[in-house]
Design a binder for this molecule. Structure first.
Ligand SMILES: Cc1cc2nc3c(=O)[nH]c(=O)nc-3n(C[C@H](O)[C@H](O)[C@H](O)COP(=O)(O)OP(=O)(O)OC[C@H]3O[C@@H](n4cnc5c(N)ncnc54)[C@H](O)[C@@H]3O)c2cc1C
Length: 489
């Protein structure tokens, strides 16, 4: 298996439950046993660490030509080790649509038993004062209060379910991989980058990898599974000669299988980031003090237990819409890029206004044939008709909430809100190895790569359409489903 992120950690652990299976998990990043990864409020700092591949997008035509930061995890646990810990399910319509696209076994009811939730309800903690104000403001704006966080099937606002246990980050790495490491049949190599899949005829037989600058090979007795994420899995297929003929020929890569859909269908949740200074020192901006660090280290208490993006609301852009297509996220910090700091006097809060059902589709393509070069990532944000209007609607609802009475005693003058300048990614890339039967699809409903035996993809890249939710919980489900499919085969 290549890639030990959310999917790889889950699937590797599940497959190794079978004592007759020998599982090798190859991860490009380090083990990353760092306090910063475990501390929920520290996630913004991880984005400038060595645990991030630190890619950026191609210039975005509809966003003033900006290149957007494209973080993805390069560490055991993958992007799930860098994420904001929001643990949310998609809704029935999302998965029933997948099934309707020719993917039997992938409907909402088919997947119902495969969801994993963090223990103790995600270790709920009291929110920041401004988060309570946000929820009051939502009520003022006639958005009902969720009893839990029901999510996109119904309109509502509430505290996000958080992937946290005993004050620490919880995820596929801690929940699945760590306990499985005791088994003798699961081997994990870190700091090892897969460079391509070895293919003989139309059969995958192993993986070529780079270790300290040297190319080496490992053979697979049963099959090769790519779990390298929406960028990494598409990149690996292309480097292996599986993809659009024109692209491979241009780069001089021998074609193993012509598959036009590899790297296409890239989807992401785009949001508008709206920030306000806070006139009172109540936000989490200055929470990075020595005292709070000690409280966190010794007792797992205090503001550093917060995942910063504490609450949200799912909304419908039209009254007659069946499901929500907009989401407003709330963080009691002035800048999510900075996160919490020590000694700052700059207080504020941020609302991220996102569209959940983008119509735009982008692509991941090879920039060169060198596996060490970053691929070209072009999400084509706002390229499809209707996306801009949807995003503007989301931004309008966020402004309405932030400008309502409950925020009056906290709100300073609004910052810039020019959409092209303040649009940000929620880092939910999916779709580049799309599942389905069509000529533009990459894997079938059993996650087998079309046209090549012994090769599967199991990660965020197989989603045909992005769910109306933060995708990490869905990626765990994909891995659970993959484990069952592999066992049955
Ligand atoms: C900053 C950030 C915040 C996020 N916040 C949230 C959130 O709050 N809630 C939520 O639901 N989702 C969130 N997400 C999205 C979520 O983390 C991803 O959707 C999910 O982790 C994808 O899982 P994956 O297994 O497909 O890929 P990843 O978790 O990215 O794992 C891929 C792994 O493969 C490795 N890899 C890649 N190429 C190779 C190679 N050639 N050889 C070996 N290894 C390789 C990578 O290093 C990585 O470890 C966030 C993502 C980011 C980046």
């Amino acid at each position: 298996m290549a890639g030990a992120g959310t999917a790889g950690c889950t699937l590797g652990a599940r497959l190794s439950e079978d004592p007759s299976a020998q599982v090798l998990l190859i991860e490009a990043g380090p083990p990353g046993r760092r306090r910063q990864i475990r501390t929920p409020a520290a996630f913004p700092q991880l984005l400038s660490s060595e645990f991030n591949w630190r890619n950026s997008s191609e210039p975005q035509e509809h966003l003033n030509g900006r290149r957007m930061g494209w973080p993805r995890g390069k560490v055991l646990g993958g992007s799930g080790s860098l994420g904001a810990l929001i643990h949310m399910r998609g809704c029935r319509a999302d998965f029933d649509a997948w099934r309707g696209m020719g993917n039997p076994g992938w409907g909402f009811d088919d997947l119902a038993t495969l969801w994993t939730e963090p223990p103790d309800g995600g270790d709920p903690r009291p929110p920041n004062r401004l988060t309570e104000v946000f929820l009051e403001a939502c009520t003022k704006c006639r958005i009902p209060r969720y009893s839990g966080f029901e999510g996109p099937a119904e309109e509502g606002a509430g505290l996000f379910p958080v992937a946290r246990v005993k004050g620490r980050r919880w995820g596929a790495r801690s929940e699945f991989l760590r306990p499985a490491l005791k088994r003798g049949n699961l081997t994990v190599w870190t700091g090892v980058q897969a460079s391509r899949v070895l293919i003989e005829g139309r059969q995958a037989v192993g993986v070529e990898y780079l270790l300290r600058g040297r190319l080496q090979r490992v053979t697979a007795s049963r099959e090769v599974i790519l779990c390298a994420g929406s960028v990494g899995s598409a990149q690996l297929l292309l480097l292996s000669g599986i993809g659009p003929a024109q692209q491979l020929e241009r780069l001089g890569i021998a074609i193993s299988s012509e598959l036009a859909g590899v790297g296409e269908n890239l989807q992401d949740h785009l949001a508008v980031g709206l920030c306000w200074p806070c006139t009172q020192p109540v936000s989490l901006d200055s929470a990075g003090t020595l005292w709070n660090t000690l409280r966190y280290r010794l007792r797992k208490e205090g503001p550093l237990v917060s995942n910063l993006i504490e609450a949200g609301a799912c909304l419908k852009s039209r009254k007659d819409a069946e499901e929500c297509d907009l989401e407003i996220l709330f963080a009691p910090v002035r800048s999510l890029e900075r996160g919490v700091a020590r000694g700052t006097k700059e207080y504020g809060f941020t609302l991220l206004a996102a569209m959940l059902t983008p119509a735009s589709r982008g692509r991941v393509a090879l920039a060169t044939a060198n596996p060490l070069d970053a691929p070209s990532i072009d999400p084509c944000y706002l390229a499809a008709a209707g996306d801009r209007a949807l995003l503007e609607k989301a931004a309008g609802r966020a402004r309405e909430i932030a400008e309502s009475a409950p925020f009056e005693e906290y709100r300073g003058p609004a910052g810039s809100d020019e959409l092209e300048e303040v649009a940000v990614s929620l880092h939910h890339a999916v779709g580049t190895c799309r599942m389905g039967p069509g000529a533009d699809c990459v894997v079938d409903a059993a996650l087998r790569v079309h046209g090549i035996a012994g090769l599967r993809v199991a990660d965020a890249s197989i989603m045909p359409v992005i769910p109306r939710a933060h995708p990490n919980a869905t990626v765990m489900v994909i891995a659970e489903k993959a484990a069952r499919l592999i066992r049955q085969s």
